[in-house]
Design a protein around this ligand. Structure first.
Ligand code: ZN
Ligand code: ZN
Length: 411
């Protein structure tokens, strides 16, 4: 099958299952100039699904890099009113959002990380109403990936140019269940059912805590909030429209109690943050907060993440994924969280998702925080699953239930 046909199937998946574009709905697509081919396929598909208007917001990571390099800190901190108004306009129009991720590994190497942090915080502060809108599931949103050459050559270091790009497309299609012989939309409906089954089992247990242990040195206990909700796969907006925030997704995840994490976690995959790759790192928690950490590479970048704001040194998500999962089995390290997080159990530093607690999407920030939900402008997933990971759930009356044995779900 020619690539264009697979690309169209993939675009269909993002539009119909990912964002689930509704008739007469406005669609906002975020793309870089690296992925224009895919942005066009998405636009066409969105109109075919009945979109009233498709607005593509173009970015270019090289242009952004020059900006970060040459603009003064004061200029970088300016967030223009028109940007705020435009974002508010999308919300007022009831738009849904499709973001294409296509990172350029190493692009921001050598940049002043403090300056980058200042720029990012200023923007996040001014646009926090938008983050609330998205994370509170007030509209459908989805993130999908598309290759660029630098990224593809990083993933397949023995290949160059188009060859590497084609191979990364293949890997992405496979990871997303987009194949010649299948209808990915049907595949995803089935896949969502499996994820829902796992969520239901875990929701029935309502564990007080989870304990993780492996031979790499991970030995950590994570308390969960009361009335937590395990989610994963499809979600619903507050008005009841189904959507899939991530394509692909294999995870079932919930909300840690902000001050209830104790112990050490050793990462098993690199973490791409602010364009830099943090490698071989571990974190130690006490009463929920990171109190010690180290990284063989990009320790300063890890420090930026942990010190982003008050909440970025606490956990906002814990996710379970069998080691024996399609992305994990492919053996490919994508250097991109959207894919790699689905190959491995992970946790996120930063903000929790309101939907991970009963009634959460209807609560105010203060109400959520009172329940032990972490608040931050950051949310960064990192992977710690391994072939020998053991996970136990501890019930409120102290009973232990083995959830994972040798890296995989056994319940
Ligand atoms: Zn996750
Ligand atoms: Zn996450």
């Amino acid at each position: 099958m020619p690539k264009q046909e697979l690309l169209n199937k993939y675009a269909q998946l993002a539009v119909n299952i990912g964002a689930n574009v509704q008739p007469d709905q406005m669609v906002v697509i975020r793309s870089t100039t690296e992925t224009k081919e895919f942005a066009r396929a998405l636009t066409k598909q969105a109109y075919e699904a009945g979109a009233s208007k498709v607005q593509v917001q173009w970015g270019d990571d090289y242009v952004s890099r020059y900006g970060l390099e040459h603009q003064s800190e004061d200029t970088l901190k300016e967030v223009p009113e028109w940007l705020v108004n435009q974002t508010q306009h999308f919300i007022d129009e009831g738009a849904c959002f499709i973001s294409i991720t296509s990172p350029i590994p190493g692009l921001n190497k050598g940049l002043d990380s403090k300056k980058m942090q200042t720029a990012s915080i200023a923007r996040m502060k001014k646009l926090s109403f938008f983050q609330n809108h998205m994370m509170g599931n007030k509209a459908q949103w989805t993130i999908v990936g598309a290759p660029n050459q630098v990224w593809a050559e990083k993933v397949f270091s023995d290949l160059k140019g188009e060859e590497a790009v084609e191979k990364l497309w293949d890997a992405i299609f496979k990871a997303c269940r987009v194949t010649e012989n299948t209808n990915p939309v049907d595949e995803w409906e089935q896949h969502n059912e499996t994820l829902t089954k796992h969520n239901n089992i875990l929701n029935d247990y309502q564990f007080a805590k989870l304990h993780f242990k492996n031979s790499l040195g991970t030995d950590i206990t994570i308390e969960l909030v009361d009335n937590h909700v395990w989610a994963g796969g499809n979600e619903h907006t507050t008005s009841g429209v189904e959507f899939n925030p991530n394509i692909p997704t294999e995870e079932t995840f919930t909300m840690p109690y902000k001050t209830g994490t104790n112990g050490k976690v050793v990462a098993t995959k690199p973490l791409n943050y602010q364009g830099n790759l943090i490698e071989d790192f571990w974190l130690e928690f006490k009463d929920g907060k990171v109190v010690d950490y180290d990284a063989k590479k990009e320790k300063d970048t890890l420090k930026n993440l942990i010190e982003y704001d008050e909440g970025s040194s606490y956990l906002g998500e814990i996710a379970l994924i069998s080691y024996n999962s399609p992305i994990s089995n492919s053996g490919i390290l994508f250097y991109n969280t959207l894919f790699d997080e689905n190959a491995s159990c992970h946790m996120a530093l930063g903000r929790a998702y309101p939907m991970n607690v009963q009634g959460g999407t209807e609560m105010s920030q203060e109400q959520l925080e009172a329940l032990g939900s972490n608040h931050s402008m950051a949310h960064s997933d990192f992977m710690f699953g391994s072939a020998d990971l053991e996970v136990k759930g501890i019930t409120k009356d102290g009973k232990e239930v083995q959830i994972f044995k040798n890296g995989d779900f056994i319940i």
